[in-house]
Design a protein around this ligand. Structure first.
Ligand code: HEC
Ligand code: HEC
Length: 398
């Protein structure tokens, strides 16, 4: 009998352990994308992979709490160089359409906070995005595409690369670089990265119940607080974004290291992040097009927005990481137009909370005053919305 029990326990254990492996089995293309995504040798100093700024245990965004607490902008392979924005999640981005303008003059789709990985070249914004970081001097900083291709062709997984992308792929740099990007995109779309495995997914499938507070948060999210107007929460597999752009009036982040990088930012403290408008201007659109988009940033997914390795671990929110907690960003939505304006436009979130003010918007143009700024939420209602957002973390076990 004891033996039988033991055998049964072993059988259960095997089935139990095999489950996630089966669920997460990757196709060869996805597997290749994964190896590339985590390969530190694809950077100038052999010290930085995509995961350096998009780590799974924090919901595929920046994994260093000390960075998140301050500038929230990450250093590149060359450690003294910093970008200018907070890394958004690299998960759940696979459904963003090729950037286009709707008849009502609304821009939809593309990748990055400002939409500049449009998808116009490869027909897939996610793959197009993946061609950026390797060559960005502030990120992985390799000099040209052939450096990336050479390193992949000399890697331990070069056989897999050839079997996925073609036997002669190493002789054709543009085709190889495209195949690298498409493999990364395939991995990012896979069930390992975009899991749809949160408590909220289980709730939608009738396999979990929300606590009273979470349920109130959901009700507010879709009602009084209007969050779902942009962060769509309904449908079969909601992505919590509508892939549009908005200027919420987020203040400058005084700790953004980009202000102090004269080599990359000659404007210094006068620099402002123009978002989609800045991209459209640089792409050659006329002022009547880009003026309307000045200061607008892409609506990010809220999936995994609270995923963190431990309770005290700080994550940053917003395109420049100004906000350091879900509570304060919800308070901003609620009170942006209620609290007085801080005297100093460069006031950190911590000081603003202490002084009971909000600094002026980083970009004054096109600030959305219809859907946020004075929501009339009580502190308990703010907490409930935060509680609801904690149900969006993958890894939930019903
Ligand atoms: C040094 C940090 C860093 C590294 C390394 C890095 N990223 Fe990013 N990533 C960022 C930042 C910052 C942004 C936002 C930049 C912007 O909007 O201008 C971003 C944006 C993205 C996005 C866009 C998400 C969206 O919803 O718009 C994806 C996808 C992504 N990165 C994937 C990758 C991949 C794939 C790699 C490796 C090839 C990579 N990143 C390497 C920092 C990094
Ligand atoms: C009008 C569209 C819109 C509405 C309504 C809206 N958001 Fe957002 N949300 C955005 C945009 C755009 C950003 C990025 C803004 C930026 O960084 O400048 C954002 C960013 C966020 C972030 C930061 C995510 C990250 O990864 O950095 C959180 C959290 C968030 N919103 C929650 C909410 C909640 C909660 C509500 C309701 C109280 C709400 N949003 C209402 C458009 C919207």
């Amino acid at each position: 009998m004891r033996k039988k029990n033991f055998a049964f326990a072993v059988a259960v254990l095997i089935v139990f352990c095999a489950q996630p492996l089966i669920a997460q089995e990757l196709t060869p293309e996805e597997q290749l994308g994964k190896l590339i995504f985590f390969d530190q040798s694809l950077s100038i100093r052999n010290n930085q992979s995509c995961a350096a700024c998009h780590a799974p245990n924090v919901g595929w965004t920046g994994p260093i709490p000390g960075v998140n607490k301050a500038g929230a902008v990450y250093f590149g392979s060359v450690r003294t160089r910093f970008g200018n924005r907070k890394p958004p999640a690299s998960a759940y981005a696979g459904d963003s359409p090729v950037l286009y303008q709707e008849a009502d003059r609304t821009w939809v789709g593309g990748m990055f906070w400002d939409g500049r990985a449009t998808g116009w070249t490869l027909g897939d914004p996610l793959a197009e995005q993946a061609q950026g970081p390797f060559l960005n001097p502030l990120e992985q900083a390799l000099p040209a595409a052939n450096y990336v291709v050479d390193r992949v062709c000399a890697s331990k997984y070069s056989d897999l690369f050839k079997s996925v992308c073609g036997d002669d792929i190493c002789d054709d740099v543009p085709a190889a670089y495209e195949c690298i990007a498409r493999s990364i995109a395939a991995y990012e779309r896979s069930s390992e990265v975009s899991q749809f495995g949160s408590k909220y997914d289980a709730y939608l499938a009738g396999q979990a119940t929300l606590t009273e507070q979470e349920a109130l948060g959901l009700e507010l999210f879709e009602g009084k607080a209007m969050c779902s107007a942009c962060h769509i929460s309904t449908g079969e597999r909601p992505l919590f974004t509508d892939f549009t752009y908005d200027n919420l009036g987020v203040p400058r982040n005084p700790q953004n290291p980009f202000y102090f990088e004269p080599e990359w930012n000659p404007d210094g403290l006068l620099w402002v992040d123009a978002g989609l408008g800045g991209f459209l201007k640089s792409a050659g659109y006329p002022p009547e097009v880009y003026d309307l988009e000045w200061g607008k940033q892409k609506v990010p997914t809220l999936r995994n927005v609270d995923k963190r390795p431990g309770r005290g671990f700080v994550k940053a929110y917003g395109h420049n990481g100004y906000f350091k907690s879900l509570k304060t960003i919800v308070n901003f939505y609620n009170t942006r137009d209620v609290k007085p304006v801080c005297l100093d436009p460069f006031t950190t979130e911590k000081d603003a909370m202490a002084q009971g003010c909000w600094p002026v918007s980083e970009v004054a143009a096109n600030v959305n005053t219809d859907e946020l700024g004075d929501l009339g939420l009580t502190p308990e209602e703010e907490d409930a919305i935060v509680a609801f957002m904690t149900t969006l973390s993958d890894g939930f076990i019903p």
